[in-house]
Write a protein that binds this ligand. Sequence first.
Ligand code: CP
Ligand code: NVA
Length: 328
Amino acid sequence: MSLLRALTRLSQPDLVSIASLSSSEVEGVLELAALVKGRPEEFHSALAGKQLVLLFEKPSLRTRVTFEVGMGELGGRTLFVDQTGSRLDAREELSDIARNLERWVDGIVLRTFAHQTVVEMAAHASIPVINGLSNREHPCQALGDYFTLQEKFSDARKVKLAYVGDGNNVAHSLLLTAALLGGWLCVATPPGYEPAGDIVRLAQEIAARTRARLEFTHDCRAAVTGADAVYTDVWASMGQEGEAEERRRVFAPYQVNEELLARAAPHAVFLHCLPAHRGEEVTDAVIDSSRSLVYDQAENRLHVQKAILLLLLGNGLRRADRTGSARG
Ligand code: CP
Ligand code: NVA
């Protein structure tokens, strides 16, 4: 049965990076998300009694609400800890936070500046740690986005996705997901704003196995030409507010507007992780058009994250080799 196949797939206890998943695990998450979306009532008590803590160093609408709603729909509950006033480790060592949290709750979602904070929390905590966005990656977003493409086009591997803009956390997770799925992703950034070299190398190593097609250019018109889907994100991510003015100047030619989108396939859709800075990386005419799937993406965060929670927190899915509390 497909659900059981999917449930036995995740080998890593945490979701820190898309790179910790295998190709079949990415497919399993998308498969389970489709089941959860189609038959939510079958999962309403799957995580009964489980508690998930959310610690966020940055603001959030979608990630916070979808984890809170998702956990509730699975029968569990969440506790939100606002860390926007100070970094997570400002008051005590991450290892001590981990060793406290694992005594009380069953999982941790972190939204951080430093990716290393998520890595270290996962290393120290005996309970699953989920990256709810770091400066380096946004794995839940990319999985939700590929789920959205899969829904729209049936087979996301055949979709030419053009990502236009900053080579940021979202671009990194999309690259790794495209690589694992054997998809086709063309990334167009201004010079100096390319995705990180180590992520590109890792994605290319994966792509050599999966036959994914990963392309990199500074020419956004070339990238978008013939694309089935065009994706953009803010030019200045959270934490880069001081660079916003300079970035507005550099990225202006990379705006996704009707003229750029006209180069894509006639059936092309528009994607954005949101929040959007309307009038900057995307115009109202594009984001509000019938081509725009941005609210489907936002909805699908819920279904995909429910699948991730089931796979990481569900009974029988804990790794026996983890050390720590009796709760594990
Ligand atoms: N896309 C996304 O993660 O949105 P939030 O920053 O609102 O969580
Ligand atoms: N790149 C953006 C994504 C927000 C969901 C940021 O990090 O702010």
